[in-house]
Design a protein around this ligand. Structure first.
Ligand code: BV8
Length: 246
């Protein structure tokens, strides 16, 4: 099925590409058993919208609720393994002249698969920060506070992710934009293309002459602007792409 989607034109372009940018979203981790950002809300969390919990306001209003939501997601990620989609991107990075991997995901699965220099636009769920100072905290203050407390100033710890309404890490965004402006091909993989500024990267690449490929079983706001849509799961399509290339 996946091979039928992959055109000879794409294979030819990839074989001659000098720089490929891959932008990934929660869909690439779906086959690892990590629910996608907008499907994640099950069980006790089903009554909340992810967008409503992933904000500084939600954390300020109810630190324990938001902390527990991230603890629930951390245990889902801890049970997950990278899938063939993640591994296919490792192969592309090893075999292409230049390959930039930019992810919106906070689950760390690309690095666990072996991808290098991953640009994490939205931070990492594995990291904790002091909510007051914004500094990384590896060891909380002793005690049984939930959320745990900063050992320096006693404020709550927060997960090291970018919440809605917060700016992205400037360096990560700058690296992502530079890659979008210089790549020959951009692969938008497993993202609903709803969250900005990440969602703008494939269009920025298109404006700079890149060939736009979308890998997603369903259509998104990017679909009308894509040069090629591979409408299948990343865990099938990406390994097939690598198999046909080499
Ligand atoms: C900012 C970390 C300055 C937390 C996340 C411009 C226009 C409109 C709005 C804005 C704009 N600029 C800023 C905004 C506001 C806001 C925004 O974009 N709102 C949207 C919702 C309207 N953006 C921000 O606030 C950003 N900050 O710009 O700062 C500023 C501030 C305020 C106002 C102006 C400027 C910060 C955004 C970062 C938020 N943090 N995550 C956490 O994880 O808890 S975003 C969150 O959504 C996740 O990181 C996730 O990665 C991301 C995107 O979701 P997806 O990855 O796409 O996942 P989703 O579930 O949506 O879709 C999965 C897709 O996979 C689906 O399409 C599905 O079909 C597909 N799929 C499923 N299975 C598979 C598959 N595909 C392939 N294979 C499969 N097997």
């Amino acid at each position: 099925m996946a091979a039928a989607l992959i055109s000879a034109a794409l294979l030819e372009r990839l074989a001659g590409a000098q720089h490929v940018l891959a932008l990934t979203g929660a869909g690439i981790s779906a086959e690892s058993g990590v629910p996608t950002f907008r499907d994640a809300q099950t069980g006790p969390w089903a009554k909340y919208r992810a967008e409503d919990l992933a904000t500084p306001e939600a954390f300020t209003a109810n630190p324990r609720l938001v902390w527990d939501w991230y603890e629930w997601r951390r245990q889902l990620v801890a049970q997950a393994e990278p899938n063939p989609g993640h591994h296919a991107l490792v192969t592309l990075q090893r075999r292409l002249p230049r390959f930039t991997l930019v992810t919106q995901n906070v689950d760390g699965l690309h690095a666990r698969a072996g991808s290098r220099a991953v640009v994490e636009l939205h931070g990492s769920i594995a990291q904790n920060l002091c909510f007051a100072e914004g500094t990384p905290v590896d060891e909380p203050a002793p005690g049984d506070s939930v959320p745990p407390l900063c050992p320096d100033c006693g404020a709550f710890l927060r997960p090291g992710v970018v919440w809605f309404g917060e700016s992205l890490p400037p360096q990560a965004l700058q690296r992502a934009e530079e890659a979008a402006q210089t790549c020959d091909i951009v692969l938008s993989i497993g993202t609903s293309s709803l969250v900005h500024p990440a969602a703008g990267l494939p269009l920025l690449a298109k404006r700079h002459g890149a060939y736009v490929v979308e890998v997603n079983p369903t259509s998104t706001p990017l679909t009308p602007h894509a040069d090629l849509v591979l409408a299948g799961p990343a865990g099938l399509v990406l390994p097939e792409l690598v198999r046909l290339l080499w």
